[in-house]
Write a protein that binds this ligand. Structure first.
Ligand code: UDP
Ligand code: MG
Length: 322
C-alpha cells in the first residue's frame, strides 16, 4: 500500500452544491504538492444528493474515501470519524462549503515542514456572513479565553493542519461532547496560525442554526471550564457578607431607635440571606465533586510528551503517544 502523506477531511451535511467543486479544488492543490494524499468525506446523515455524489467520486478516484453515518451526528463528530480513519502524516480539517479555501493548504504544509505540529487558519476577514454571526463568534472566543485555562486562538475555526502526533493524542481523547479546536489547543506542541479571508459559502445555507451554535458554545464551555460551577462561591460569599452587614446595621438601628425598629422583618431578611448563602456554598462544594467526577469520566491523557531523551515510552501510564 502507498504511504499517505496528507489526509484531508471534510464533513458533509447536505452539500450537493459544493462536493464536486470541493474535490476539484482540493485535488488540484494537492496534486501540485507532488506527494500522496487522500480526501476523506464524512457524510453526516445528508438527505440530499450528497451521498451518491460522494460515492461517485470515490468510484472515479480511489484517493477519495467515504464514510456514511447512519444519521446526523453533528459536525464535530463527523470530523472525529474522519480523524479516526485518516492515515496521513499530516491531517487537514476543512469545511465542505468552500468557506475555507483549499489554496491555503500549501502554506500550512510549509509551516508544518518548518517544524510546527498544528497550523490553524485565522480568519482575518469574513465575507458574506451576518453581523450577528460575526459578533457572536467574536464574543464567544473572548469569553472562552477568559474562563478556560487553555488559550484558544481568537477567530479560528476547525480549518487546520495537524501533525500525526497531535492526531494520535486526539484519537485518545474520547469525550462525547467535543470541541475540536479547544482539544487541539489542549494537546500543545508547537502551534502557529496563517491568515486568510473567510469566503462566502459556495452553495447552500449554513447548517449551523442558532440552536446548534448554542449547543456548540455550551460544549466548549463545559468541556474546558469549571467556571460555571466555581462562580457559585462568589454568590455564597456575597450573600453571607450581606447577612452579616444586615445583622450589624439592624442592631445599631435598634439600639438608636428602640427595639421595635423594622418589626419582625429584619429577622426574616437576615435568615433568608444566611440560609441562601449556606445553600450556595454547599452547592459549590457539590459542584467541585461533580467537576472531579467529570474530569475522571472524560479520561483524557494525563500528559502529552513531545520528546524523550534516553528514555523508552513507559509501559503503563496515563501517557499519550508523542
Ligand atoms: N456539517 C456537518 N454536520 C452538521 C452541520 C454541519 O457535517 O450537523 C458540516 C457542513 O456540511 C460543513 C461544515 O460542517 O461542511 C460546516 O458547516 P457550516 O458551513 O454549515 O457552518 P458555518 O460555516 O455556517 O459555521
Ligand atoms: Mg460554512
Amino acid at each position: 500500500m502507498v504511504h499517505t502523506r496528507y489526509s484531508i477531511i471534510a464533513p458533509i451535511f447536505n452539500e450537493e452544491g459544493n462536493i464536486d467543486l470541493l474535490y476539484e479544488r482540493i485535488s488540484q492543490i494537492l496534486n501540485s504538492t507532488g506527494e500522496t494524499w487522500e480526501l476523506i468525506l464524512v457524510n453526516d446523515g445528508s438527505r440530499d444528493h450528497s451521498p451518491q455524489m460522494m460515492d461517485d467520486l470515490a468510484a472515479k478516484d480511489s484517493r477519495v474515501k467515504v464514510l456514511h453515518f447512519a444519521r446526523n451526528f453533528g459536525h464535530q463528530i463527523a470530523v472525529t470519524a474522519g480523524i479516526d480513519h485518516a492515515s496521513g502524516d499530516a491531517v487537514v480539517l476543512i469545511d465542505a462549503d468552500l468557506q475555507d479555501p483549499p489554496e491555503l493548504i500549501p502554506e500550512m504544509i510549509e509551516r508544518w515542514k518548518a517544524g510546527y505540529q498544528v497550523v490553524y487558519a485565522v480568519r482575518s476577514k469574513r465575507e458574506g456572513e451576518s453581523w450577528f454571526k460575526v459578533w457572536t463568534a467574536k464574543l464567544f472566543y473572548r469569553v472562552i479565553n477568559q474562563i478556560t485555562a487553555i488559550d484558544i486562538p481568537v477567530d479560528t475555526g476547525d480549518f487546520r493542519l495537524m501533525d500525526r502526533r497531535v492526531v494520535e493524542v486526539l484519537k485518545a481523547m474520547r469525550e462525547h461532547s467535543r470541541f475540536i479546536r479547544g482539544m487541539t489547543s489542549w494537546v500543545g506542541f508547537k502551534q502557529t496560525g496563517v491568515n486568510y479571508v473567510r469566503a462566502q459559502r459556495h452553495a447552500g445555507e449554513t447548517k449551523y442554526p442558532l440552536r446548534k451554535m448554542l449547543k456548540f458554545a455550551a460544549d466548549a464551555i463545559t468541556g474546558f471550564s469549571f467556571w460555571p460551577l466555581q462562580v457559585m462561591i462568589y454568590f455564597a460569599l456575597g450573600l453571607g457578607i450581606l447577612a452579616l452587614l444586615a445583622i450589624v446595621v439592624v442592631s445599631v438601628l435598634r439600639v438608636v431607635y428602640g427595639p421595635d425598629f423594622f418589626g419582625g422583618q429584619a429577622t426574616t431578611i437576615v435568615l433568608l440571606l444566611l440560609v441562601s448563602s449556606f445553600q450556595l456554598f454547599f452547592l459549590f462544594v457539590l459542584g467541585q465533586y461533580v467537576a472531579r467526577i467529570y474530569d475522571e469520566a472524560r479520561a483524557r491523557p494525563l500528559y502529552v510528551i513531545a520528546q524523550r531523551t534516553n528514555l523508552e515510552p513507559a509501559a503503563s501510564s496515563g501517557e499519550s503517544v508523542g
